[in-house]
Design a protein around this ligand. Structure first.
Ligand code: F6R
Length: 611
């Protein structure tokens, strides 16, 4: 949700910023802009729409448009519609800044700045207010550091800022609160960036910037200070993601590449959490005794990550027999939740930066609960703040629609459930050992078999691509899967879609089924199979066209459905890992066939760092 990049060094910053913005575009694509030190001033180039529009303006400027230092931004609009004037960077005669986050009290500050300092505002953004606020202090003493530290306490909300001052060529000031920002270095110079993929092509060496710290970046180094201007020493970290992982390679879209990577991701995530043939969370700060003492698990997450939590609930309750709640982060935090000290609050997040999920983590800690995070991005805010962290091994996920991260989260759920089963149901130890072996050795192979069915799924997608509405139905764990399938489809193809617990249909929704309405029915388990067939008959009788996702040999599958996609047999608890690629590929192909921008669906951005 908005991406920031900055560079100071001996290479051409213009190229580096454009390149970095290309990698950050998944965080927002309403506009792009850069500000670089050029001749004796700060030159801003910005344009509404995708990065391409800004690149065209830069190309027109020719090869003389070079600089050794600058900042860049890709926007997901919050305050003010996407337009040239609302695009970042924003600034004054003295300074220019880029911002990720939301300044909640911007209107109040704006009025004051107009009244007391006689500023004129060009844009509708909260960012321009922050720029002018810093400027109002800077004008009095011309000390950038002081101006920033005077302004920050007046800002309410979240921010990561990259700031350049006209009188300090070659220097970038960076600061953050509740929005991500890293600093990085290579042999040519120093960077700031919203995340690691933005710089991965050039370097994997980085520093994490903590809340309230200020980084001063020049071509000769980065210095870190606290708000009192006291120097801070930091350790350089090395990201183990390689840059190919953040590149599209020969695939037409990141989403397809990431779907295809799932066999490897499943294998990696599981093998990192198995020891001596048994599940091993491999986390610090949580002993087996402590884990066993929790009476309830509360999963909190957003979107796809929340759907992974729903799968986790089904598996944990069936194997370990302890109660699990699954909560939407944005709802949970404002519902004055009932939390007990013997609850374990588990937050699930690919990015580790989702604002609502992070807020719940802090709320749970403040209520004295132990927190556990399932996170993909090492060093992210959630990873840093949780009491214990279990990392998923999905690598960088670039497509806005989450695919491989979901699978890695479901793997983490499986390991977590197996571990809890060991602790709470010791009589199941041998069964747990068998499950662990299956997860490690067979499931990646089955996932691979399914992603190789892409052409067949595309063929099916062709018949359904013009649907206006589409329904997903399932029971139990298949209902959790239906939720994810439905989200994926609507998110990237804009086909209206709903997921229903199959047994709920006749309590209202079935009235929406008319001649030709597509219904995707999922039945991966045995217990409710016959009930599912009845529910499918009910919609069939009302004209539905059914795509049935079920196991090979499922009785009567072809008689009831218009198309059938068969899944290999494995233990029911692992079925989501095998079934979900079918739905991801269906959504992907429908999106491509409808001519949608698969990797960057409208109005969305990856990593939702605002509430
Ligand atoms: C949908 C999707 C989102 C994210 C959600 C949480 O495809 O990607 O629903 O799952 O925004 O993001 P993280 O996992 O980064 O907290």
């Amino acid at each position: 949700m908005c991406g920031i990049i900055g560079y100071s060094g001996d290479q051409n910053a213009v190229d580096i910023l454009v390149d970095g913005l290309q990698s950050l575009e998944y965080r927002g694509y309403d506009s792009a802009g850069i500000a670089v030190f050029y001749e004796d001033h700060i030159q801003v180039v910005k344009a509404m729409g995708k990065l391409q529009n800004m690149k065209r303006i830069i190309e027109e400027k020719g090869s003389d448009f070079r600089s050794n230092c600058g900042i860049g931004h890709t926007r997901w609009a919050t305050h003010g519609k996407p337009s040239d004037v609302n695009s970042h960077p924003h600034g004054t005669e003295n300074l220019t800044l880029v911002h990720n986050g939301i300044i909640e009290n911007y209107l109040e500050l704006k009025e004051k700045l107009i009244e007391e300092n006689h500023y004129r505002f060009q844009s509708e953004t909260d960012t321009e207010v922050a720029a002018k606020l810093i400027d109002s202090f800077y004008l009095t003493h011309r000390d950038p550091f002081r101006a920033i530290t005077q302004a920050l306490p007046l800002l309410r909300g979240s921010y990561a800022f990259g700031i350049v001052f006209k009188d300090f060529p070659g220097t970038i000031f960076a600061v953050r609160k509740d929005s991500p920002l890293i600093c990085a270095l290579d042999d040519t110079g120093y960077y700031i960036a919203s995340d690691i993929p933005a710089v991965l092509k050039r370097t994997n060496r980085y520093y994490t910037l903590m809340e309230g710290e200020i980084a001063v970046v020049t071509a000769s180094g980065i210095e870190f200070f606290d708000s009192e201007h006291r120097p801070i020493t930091k350790e350089i970290k090395t990201a183990d993601w390689d840059f190919q992982a953040a590149e599209k390679g020969n695939f037409p879209h990141f989403m397809l590449k990431e779907i295809m990577e799932q066999p490897e991701v499943v294998e990696k995530t599981v093998s990192a959490h198995v020891k001596d043939g048994l599940p091993d969370l491999g986390v610090e700060g949580l002993s087996d005794e402590e884990l066993k003492a929790f009476h309830r698990i509360i999963f909190v997450a957003c979107g796809t990550a929340m759907h992974a939590g729903m799968v986790g609930k089904a598996i944990i309750e069936s194997l370990a027999r302890i109660p699990v709640n699954v909560e939407i982060a944005s709802e949970f935090r404002y519902n004055n939740p009932v939390l007990y000290p013997d609850d374990l609050v588990v937050v699930i997040s690919q990015s580790g930066e989702t604002a609502d999920t992070l807020a719940v983590l802090r709320l749970a800690k403040s209520r004295g609960c132990k927190t556990f995070a399932v996170v993909n991005v090492v060093g992210s805010s959630i990873a840093r703040e949780a009491d214990s962290v279990m990392y998923t091994m999905a690598g960088p996920e670039i497509a806005v629609a989450s695919t491989k991260a979901y699978s890695s989260q479901v793997c983490a759920m499986c390991i977590f459930a197996l571990k809890l089963a060991l602790l709470h149901q010791p009589q199941l130890t041998e069964q747990v050992r068998l499950y662990t072996k299956e997860l490690l050795t067979q499931i990646p192979y089955f996932v691979s078999a399914i992603v190789n069915e892409s052409d067949k799924i595309r063929y099916i997608a062709e018949s359904f691509k013009d649907a206006r509405d589409l329904f997903f139905i399932g029971r139990g764990i298949d209902y959790a899967l239906s939720m994810e399938g439905s989200l994926k489809l609507k998110e990237i193809s804009y086909v209206h879609s709903e997921a229903y617990a199959a047994g709920e249909l006749k309590h209202g929704t079935i009235s929406l089924i008319t001649e030709g309405t597509p219904v995707i029915a999922i039945a991966t388990g045995d217990e409710c199979y016959e009930k599912m067939i009845s529910n499918m008959k009910e919609v069939k009788a009302r004209g539905a066209k059914i795509i049935f996702i079920t196991k090979y040999g499922a009785p009567g599958a072809e008689q009831i459905s218009d198309r059938t996609i068969y899944l290999p047999h494995c233990s029911e608890i692992f079925m989501p890992l095998i079934a979900v690629p079918v739905m991801q590929l269906f959504a992907y192909h429908v999106s491509v066939l409808r001519g949608c921008d698969v990797d960057k669906p409208r109005n969305l951005a990856k990593s939702v760092t605002v509430e």
